[in-house]
Design a protein around this ligand. Structure first.
Ligand code: FES
Length: 138
């Protein structure tokens, strides 16, 4: 029989937990393709391994799966508008690619023309890579 501590170690899958780190090494099916919105449709909320994320299809049909919290000031990207080649935060208008890369940051004058978006985001390690339907949650 497992001790309460071992049970917690086996059951918790959030970022930084032993089981969470182990599970993040594998591809995990999250959604079927038919559950995803159409191109430029409203994003949908997804919660997996204690992480809140949003899934969407950009204008070209590329699927994105990124943290629900905007990297700028933590507004919910579930309210974001999918346009161009990514999802735009409604609060200050930052645009994120399906892999979480910052494409535009209008409040800073930054546009992805060789600028280093990491300079804009102090916690750039929190940027999640994305992949459709099956995903490694980083
Ligand atoms: S909170 Fe999202 S752009 Fe500022």
């Amino acid at each position: 029989m497992l001790s309460p501590e071992d049970n917690m170690r086996m059951c918790q899958t959030g970022p930084g937990t032993p089981m969470g780190e182990a599970m993040r090494r594998f591809w995990i099916p999250i959604l079927s393709s038919s559950q995803l919105p159409e191109a430029d449709g409203d994003p949908i909320k997804v919660e997996i391994m204690s992480q809140k994320m949003v899934a969407f299809r950009n204008t070209e049909g590329v699927v994105g799966l990124i943290d629900q919290q905007c990297r700028h000031r933590n507004a919910s990207l579930a309210l974001g508008r999918v346009e161009k080649c990514g999802i735009r935060c409604l609060f200050h208008g930052w645009l994120f690619a399906p892999d979480g890369t910052v494409l535009e940051a209008p409040t800073t004058g930054f546009v992805d023309k060789g600028g280093n978006w990491r300079d804009l985001v102090p916690d750039h390690k929190s940027v999640r890579s994305a992949s459709p339907v099956h995903s490694k949650v980083a």
